[in-house]
Design a protein around this ligand. Structure first.
Ligand SMILES: Cc1ncc(COP(=O)(O)OP(=O)(O)O)c(N)n1
Ligand SMILES: Cc1nc(C(=O)O)sc1CCOP(=O)(O)O
Ligand SMILES: [Mg+2]
Length: 540
């Protein structure tokens, strides 16, 4: 059977490994369980098997694949692929060179290549469309399956760089599968975030080993994976830009919802911010809990209107932070992420990047330097954790805010003398392969909030962190039909106006702290956004 290359479905690509079979299962039983429940492509990869046994196993697996009309790819061994007339071969950077493999295989067989960086894409593009048919993009996340890995995990951002290179070098024929450490807890995020910057291409599928091969119930494991690929909100069917813009009327409605829903706002934050953040939360009619207890995050996330503020100035262990992200993602409750001092040190860069690939965040808030770093538009490394707001170019800051919003599918907030809020949460559904239907970062709605300089804001501790508390209150207090963009913009507008009001009433930085809480309390409970001093305007 010859599979037309354009008909290959890369969506759920099983790679075998018989060293991890659970008791009572066999290589063939796991493969058949996968094929019965939605695996669309199989690769036999048995790194420790003698050739004779490998050929016999490959023939067995080939019989099953033919039964389900699914192509069989052979890992590494071009000779075995030719000997059994398999449907294709997958080779890596240290295996037989692609042109040689293609010469042996002939033009009709499927040829896959492992790619970990843009320069390898440039090479395959130069070879042209008759060489590489698809690439395995990885290693996405840490995995124990591949022994002595030569590549460190690249995360979704690394995959985006490879997708961008495919667009840049016009390798339009080349399909892509993500691979490495893929499991139900990160697949939706990978599909959602791994989109080229021009919006035209996302991954064509995911490829995995242990989630199925090591599963005691491979049918159930495959069904779960298939469900995540097909039925989730991350499946693009008709990508629509969210064209609604916040108004003072819609912000007034947000405050009414927060007031009546009284959200529980869990703070995992730095010690300096804890007390002030709790008081800001109370001033906004919400209930703070400053808990870093890993064993209770799932319970807290399930409390109605729960909202998590994750400020990476916290000294909580990374496993606690991951558990909290998982807990709130699992029940679809909002997380506000504040990557404090994003790239100020290697430690912070590594921590923040790990968390950014681990979870889906409703809002990512940072100062100018943090957002410019996240968008990779910063020229020099941040100094310390204070914002270098200065007289930044508004176009640069808006662009950076839109890039962060687009790449992390989030509402991005960039704070400074003026604040930018960009909405990267699309309507519609995601679809493998087709990206965001051409929508790109600069298409995203962006609001600018201004109230002139408030220098004293920088003279107190936790003023920036407490905007995070405010955002977490607003998005946590929304009804299920509430508009997240309205809520985040409303939080930023309230916070800016309260800061200005407090600066006119205080005698110095000491009383400014108190006046800021009073102003937040007053403006929130009056709920008259049309009278607030800060201005709100669309950027685009
Ligand atoms: C789909 C897919 N992607 C990547 C790989 C890795 O291939 P390679 O780099 O040759 O490493 P080994 O698998 O040979 O250890 C793959 N096999 N399949
Ligand atoms: C075969 C393979 N190739 C990788 C690459 O990065 O090229 S990672 C990998 C193993 C993936 O196994 P699991 O799904 O169990 O994490
Ligand atoms: Mg190989």
């Amino acid at each position: 059977m010859v599979f037309a290359k354009n008909d290959v479905d890369y969506s759920l690509y099983l790679v075998t490994d018989s060293t991890m079979l659970p008791p009572g299962t066999t290589l063939c039983s796991q493969v058949e369980a996968g094929l019965k429940n939605g695996v669309t492509l199989v690769q036999i990869r048995e790194k420790d098997t003698e050739t004779r046994d490998f050929v016999e196993e490959a023939l067995e697996v080939q019989k099953i694949c033919k039964k389900y009309k699914v192509p069989l790819i052979i890992n590494d061994r071009v000779d075995v692929a030719m000997a059994i007339d398999a449907d294709g071969v997958h080779v890596g950077q240290s295996d037989m060179p692609i042109p040689m493999v293609r010469k042996l295989l002939g033009p009709s067989k499927i040829l896959g290549w492992s790619v970990g960086k843009p320069s390898e894409v440039e090479t395959l593009a130069k070879w042209g469309p008759d060489m590489v048919d698809y690439i395995g993009v990885g290693t996405l996340f840490p995995t124990l399956t591949k022994k002595n890995p030569k590549k460190s995990p690249m995360g979704p951002q690394g995959a985006i760089a490879v997708l961008d290179a495919l667009e840049e070098f016009k390798a339009i024929w080349c399909r892509t599968v993500g691979i490495g450490g893929l499991h139900p807890d990160n697949i939706q995020r990978v599909i959602c975030q791994c989109v080229s910057s021009n919006g035209k291409r996302s991954l064509d599928g995911i490829s995995l080993v242990s989630d199925i091969m090591a599963a005691p119930d491979a049918c159930a494991a495959t069904k779960r994976l298939r469900g995540l690929l097909d039925g989730s909100k991350y499946q693009f069917v008709d990508c629509k830009l969210n064209e609604t813009f916040p108004t003072t009327a819609s912000i007034q409605s947000v405050i009414s919802q927060v007031s009546s829903n009284r959200p529980l706002v869990q703070h995992i934050t730095n010690k300096v911010h804890q007390n002030f953040g709790a008081n800001v939360t109370l001033a906004l009619g919400s209930s703070p809990i400053m808990s870093e207890i890993e064993s209770e995050v799932s319970e807290l996330a399930r409390i109605p209107n729960a909202s998590l503020l994750l400020n990476t100035g916290s000294v909580a262990p990374i496993e606690t932070l991951k558990a909290a992200i998982n807990a709130y993602n699992e029940v679809n409750r909002p997380i506000t992420f504040d990557p404090v001092g994003y790239s100020a040190t290697e430690t912070r860069l590594c921590l923040n990047n790990t968390l950014l690939t681990y979870g889906q965040f409703t809002c990512i808030k940072g100062n100018c330097s943090e957002i410019l770093s996240l968008a990779k538009l910063n020229k020099d490394r941040m100094k310390g954790v204070d914002a270098n707001s200065g007289n930044m170019d508004i176009n640069l800051l808006v662009r950076a805010t839109q890039i962060v919003a687009f790449q992390y599918r989030t509402i991005a907030v960039c704070t400074g003398e003026f604040d930018c809020v960009a909405n990267g949460i699309f309507d519609g559904k995601y679809k493998l392969s087709s990206g965001t239907a051409g929508i790109t970062a600069e298409d995203l709605p962006c609001m600018i909030i201004e109230d002139g300089p408030i220098p004293i804001m920088g003279d107190i501790t936790a003023s920036g962190c407490s905007l995070g508390s405010t955002i977490a209150c607003f998005i946590g207090g929304l009804n299920s039909t509430g508009n997240l963009f309205d809520a985040v913009v409303g939080a930023v507008l309230l916070y800016k106006s309260a800061g200005k009001l407090a600066s006119t009433r205080c005698q110095g930085s000491g009383s400014f702290h108190v006046q800021l809480i009073d102003a937040l309390y007053q403006l929130f409970h009056e709920n008259k956004p049309e009278s607030w001093s800060a201005s709100l305007k669309k950027f685009n």
